[in-house]
Design a protein around this ligand. Structure first.
Ligand code: CP
Length: 304
């Protein structure tokens, strides 16, 4: 069975194929009838053990636009609360003839673990602070759409790199496609050996922005940290907030990205988040086509 567990397991050709397929589906979902009948014989379960707005709705729309049957599971209202294990939960769902599982889970490696214990194709929709592969794919797809290519582009990822699955998956995806990557944030929120992934560290936001073509602004993940070692929100905003004054101090235009959810007034101000060179809602829009591509390509490997 094939899975999408992380960008770490993909190569450049895989990403190219996903993007070509997504180009086709992007055209499909801009038609008056936004659906194709491709996956009428496939049933997909969306399992969310952690909160989500974008990823959950985006996967559900992608599945429905491929004509798959869809069931949604939220841990908060399930028998997980009565002590049922992850494997038992998933095997019970699979016994109802489910072919593919999309899972978000707070534990790093949860998708990898599941893929070893159940007979279904697994898509990782975010596993703790580990990977969020479809987010990185839609981010690169959106850079490619806005700037024509990812290769050779200079991308800075700003913020809480330490706790960010978006950062790790983006680093893998961008490096695979030949982009130059820097990370920027307070030292307390940078992993110790981040340079071993082939990225440079810059702790001065202005210098990082002067260098880049694209700035991907991340939310500080308070829910994943011991609050005592984090700079205060006020200190963080003073040093790492992307605001209009900072943007106007640069001698060029840059593309501004954010995976969402945004904490307006912390990592980014509203005027910047809503400006023309911010592609935040384009990222969300592209997420549906990219997820359609991932699901379609994985489904083509299921015996049916
Ligand atoms: N970007 C992202 O994963 O958003 P959600 O947590 O709302 O799914």
């Amino acid at each position: 069975v094939d899975h999408l567990l992380g960008i770490k397991y993909l190569n450049e050709k895989d990403i190219e194929l996903i993007f070509k397929t997504a180009d086709h589906f992007k055209e499909v979902i801009n038609r008056p009838i936004k659906k194709v009948p491709s996956l009428r014989d496939i049933t997909i379960a969306n399992l969310f053990f952690e909160n989500s707005t974008r990823t959950r709705l985006s996967f559900e729309l992608a599945e429905k636009r491929l004509s798959a049957d869809v069931v949604n599971f939220s841990a908060a209202s399930s028998s997980v609360k009565k002590g049922e294990t992850l494997i038992d939960t998933v095997n019970n769902i699979l016994s109802m003839k489910v072919d593919m599982v999309v899972m978000r889970h707070p534990n790093p490696g949860a998708g990898i673990f599941l893929s070893r214990h159940v007979k279904a194709s697994i898509i990782n929709a975010g596993d703790g602070a580990h990977e969020h592969p479809t987010q990185a794919l839609l981010d690169s797809y959106s850079i490619r759409e806005r700037l024509g290519a990812v290769a050779g582009k200079k991308v800075v990822i700003v913020g809480d790199i330490l706790h960010s699955r978006v950062a790790l998956s983006n680093i893998f995806a961008l490096k695979l496609q030949g982009a130059e990557v820097k990370v920027c944030g307070p030292k307390t929120l940078l992993p110790k050996h981040i340079e071993s992934l082939g990225v440079n560290v810059e702790t001065d936001l202005k210098k990082a922005l002067e260098w880049c073509d694209v700035a991907n602004m991340l939310r500080v993940q308070n829910e994943r940290m011991d609050i005592s070692y984090f700079p205060s929100t006020r200190e963080y905003a003073q040093q790492f907030q992307l605001n209009k004054k900072m943007l106007e101090s640069l001698n060029k235009e840059i593309v501004v990205m954010h995976p969402g959810p945004i904490n307006r007034g912390v990592e980014i101000t509203s005027d910047v988040a809503d400006a023309e060179n911010a592609i935040i809602l384009n990222q969300v829009q592209n997420g549906v086509a990219v997820r359609m591509a991932v699901i379609y390509l994985l489904a083509s490997k299921i015996n049916r």
